[in-house]
Design a protein around this ligand. Sequence first.
Ligand code: AGP
Length: 607
Amino acid sequence: MCGIMGYVGPGQAAPVLLDGLQRLEYRGYDSAGIAVLDREIDVRKAEGKVERLIDLTKTSPLNGSVGIGHTRWATHGAPSDLNAHPHSDPSGAFVVVHNGIIENFYELRDRLTEDGHEFTSETDTEILAHLVAEAYRGDLAAAVRSAVAQAEGAYALVVMTVHEPGKIVAVRRISPLVVGLGVGETFLASDIPAVLHRTRDFLIIEDGELVIVDESGATIETIEGEAVDREPLHVDWDSEMAEKGGYEHFMLKEIHEQPAVVTETLAGRLEEDGSAWLDHVDFDDDFARNLNRVWITACGTAYNAGMVGAEIFRRLLRLPTSVEYAHEMRYADPLVSEGDLVIAISQSGETADTLAAARLAKERGARLLAITNVVGSTLSREADDVLYTRAGPEIAVASTKAYMAMLIGQYLLALRIGAARGLADSDLADRVIHGLHALPGDLERLMQSEAAIADAAKRLAHAEDVYFIGRGLDYAVAVEGSLKLKEISYLHSEAMPAGELKHGTLALITEDVPVVVVITQEALYDKTVSAIQEVKARGGEVIAVAYEDDDRIGRFADVVLRVPRTDDLLGPVNAVVPLQLLAYHVAKIRGNDIDQPRNLAKSVTVE
Ligand code: AGP
């Protein structure tokens, strides 16, 4: 977790660092700090968001054209001014920022304490400053290598010293790190969008590499010291895409981008005859034909997208497919074997649990296919095949458009595999292909019903508990709707299969407990209606998400949020949108920080 920045150039470092940190706040935002080198190193830190740090630097400015910065998501030590990065060695000559966890922190700190070192913070990071200073013999890169050799874990580290002004040394051990190449200036950042408005040329630092940055560019070596030749990556993203674009929050903007995201994710990939052409998905037809089993692994919203994906694979291909939480799968000794396809889904491509499950799958001989939104992410580089979701940068912590793109990616993938091994139901496949092309228009229309959804949000905003129910694919959507509500509204909410309600949870349904019901799956319609009746009989209020031409639902539900009709297998694509908007408007009524909800971070790069 955390966002890191570095700058070497002719200009003032502080404004560049602060601006970059604001763009990285989605990675963590409980405290922030920068260090700038003039003749000495000057540090400013503040608990809270980067805005507070900016205020501090207004009253207490920093001068210098070399600097490093950090926005934190606490792991070791509570959020505080003291625990905020950067951290220095006792002399103040070395300063570090760090993203990730030092696993042998206690061991190292005990050893350093015995040697007489004193620490001013509770962080694992501070020991890195001590280790670098201890090892320094006139060569910063060598001292960083020595520190990294001692510090186990997954992290990215950035170091600066008064002894070698004009230079920054950084290391990537799993956690992401990129170098932005400007004209006469060079940037370090946790991700590309942080400096995309300053340069479009990047060096992606790989796991196990060290980079020495000065104003003329960067030199990459392995941690062991071998030279690495890396071609810069030219990034075409429109920097406007990373801005709010007139919406009050990134989340709302990202919800409204979904019609375009579906268009983008489909673009050039789906022929009218149903053949899917997926760039970077390289398995051949033989592999698809001989496939016995598919595993989908992911966390959070990506897992919820995988729940839909598993059903797509089962229905379109009759292929045994299971969906596993990555954090469970990695320790469950899963029966993955050679010839299986493991699909790891991750918006960021950096989620530690998902990467671990993906690596396990590869070790067991499975073919690893990544569905990810971030080009150059760790997952994309480790996978045999990659399906990029093309959702553009997603800034809000609550994932919306990335979920949508993950769904579309999984329909495409099923069609690609089906083209090789045959589709279980060609009529269903035709309806899906036709429906996919119609989706962007459907979603545009759906966005116009936002006012009705905002109105329904008033019914939930002051509840204490909310339940989400549905059956089959409707249940998968209910799970995602419930997660969205929890993470940004802070309301207690739970999703369950509608048939499960009567087995216990019904005891909690009273007139104060609203129930959101997703009801799009025709084959299960009457069963879901029975669950609605059970809720109504206990006085519970029912908000239903149903097709726009469903003329029965009005008899059972108190409020109906309508979505365009599509084939039931595509139902989740439309049905999730009212739930995203519902969560957004409830959180807004409750006055919460929608884009950066408490206790959460966009990219969970620690176990
Ligand atoms: C979704 O709203 C959450 N922010 C979270 O559940 C997220 O989907 C999860 O942490 C996985 O992230 P990833 O897709 O980047 O792997």
